[in-house]
Design a protein around this ligand. Structure first.
Ligand SMILES: Cc1ncc(C[n+]2csc(CCOP(=O)(O)OP(=O)(O)O)c2C)c(N)n1
Length: 361
């Protein structure tokens, strides 16, 4: 088994499909049906369409702050596809592909980004706990979910997602230590997208990789090409199966890149060069998966266009329904921050109110 033998100090990053969509490590290729692969691909594509359209809406002044996922679709969907529907997920705020794959309605997702917390009240079968904004705090939630499942005699696994920046938080250490000594059924997925806002991964830690931090906790740690959907699926599946068997937690570092801004409030051109982004565009996780599917005869350009058009229309309709419904009263965005609005919040509220009144909303 890969996780039991992998040595994060010396072994290379796990990759199954290269950037041209070629299978370079057939021994590790997961046994997926064309239908399963297409569901994964379509979810990744859908995620990208949501990101692209939402960024436009935000720039048109029709949306609040939004955190795009561009480039991280394989890390999200590849891992989510390996998780059982009954398993628990404790996400960070940048897990669109996971939400979509596990069946979170787009309506809920938009509602949340519109500022209505009710969006995080997922349908019962979607076992994703609400976004926890304090970075890495969700790691603790995942350990306790796994601990509770065992206490109740269930074999559910709890998966926590966190960014590379989140690994510098105390919560990261506490969660890994707790999971390790309690042998809980956890999988910790680090989406190393190279940045915590403008802070590069190299300044977060002197460790060569985040995967090797697992050694200190006495659990398996593995570095995976996060832009390779098959590698993410294969490794996550093994980690989830292992946890379910009672063999304890593991840490997966998904090596990827945030091609967009941190959020719509960020301007990445201030701290990185376009040439760097170009290098990663060439490793785009969706392009490489599409090349593979086309070469295997499971997909083609006509299907791509038909699917993309249909999904773009669905995104537009879902967005406009919320926008026009008044489901998100302006007060909702301001009322649950302080018991009484601070002067700055009050000023922001009045500004936005005047804007909406002018727009007739
Ligand atoms: C405890 C805490 N400190 C600071 C912040 C502000 N903050 C929001 S996102 C972020 C960076 C997170 O970086 P990373 O964990 O790498 O995830 P990414 O945004 O790259 O997905 C910070 C510092 C916060 N939400 N919580």
């Amino acid at each position: 088994m890969l996780l039991d033998t992998y040595n994060p100090l010396v072994d290379e990053m796990v990759q199954i499909m290269d950037k041209e969509g070629k299978i370079v490590n057939p021994d590790l290729m997961p046994d997926l049906t064309p239908e399963e692969m297409l569901k994964m691909y379509k979810t990744m594509r859908f995620s990208r369409i949501i990101d692209e359209k939402t960024l436009q809406y935000q720039r048109q002044g029709r949306m609040l702050t939004y955190a795009p996922n561009l480039g991280q679709e394989a890390a999200q969907v590849g891992s989510a596809a390996a998780i059982k529907q009954t398993d628990w997920v404790a996400p960070s705020f940048r897990e669109l592909g996971v939400w979509l794959y596990k069946g979170a309605p787009l309506h809920n997702i938009f509602l949340y980004w519109f500022g209505n917390e009710m969006g995080m009240h997922m349908p019962k079968e979607v076992r994703i706990v609400p976004v926890s904004v304090p970075i890495a705090s969700q790691m603790q939630h995942a350990t306790v979910l796994a601990f509770a499942a065992r206490y109740r005699g269930l074999d559910d696994v709890a998966i926590a997602y966190v960014g590379d920046g989140g690994t510098s938080q105390g919560d990261f250490h506490e969660a890994l230590n707790f999971a390790s000594v309690q042998n809980t059924a956890n999988v910790f997925i680090i989406q190393n997208n190279q940045f915590a806002i403008s802070t590069r991964r190299e300044i977060q830690t002197k460790a060569k990789t985040i995967a090797q931090k697992a050694i200190g906790y006495g659990i398996p740690g593995i570095l995976v090409d996060g832009n390779d959907v098959f590698a993410m699926y294969a490794v996550t599946k093994e980690a989830v199966d292992r946890a379910r068997r009672g063999d304890g937690p593991s840490l997966i570092e998904a090596y990827t890149y945030r091609m967009g801004a941190h959020t719509t409030s960020d301007d990445p051109t201030v701290y990185r060069k376009d040439e760097e982004v170009e290098v990663w565009k060439d490793k785009d996780p969706i392009d490489r998966f599409r090349k593979y599917l086309i070469s295997e005869g499971h997909w083609d350009e006509d299907k791509e266009k038909e699917y993309s058009d249909e999904r773009a229309q669905f995104v537009k309709e879902t967005f406009e329904t919320i926008e026009q419904s008044g489901e998100v009263p302006l007060e909702d965005i301001f009322d649950h921050v302080y018991a009484k609005r601070t002067p700055i919040l009050e000023a922001q509220y009045q500004l936005k109110k005047a804007f909406f009144e002018k727009e007739g909303k």
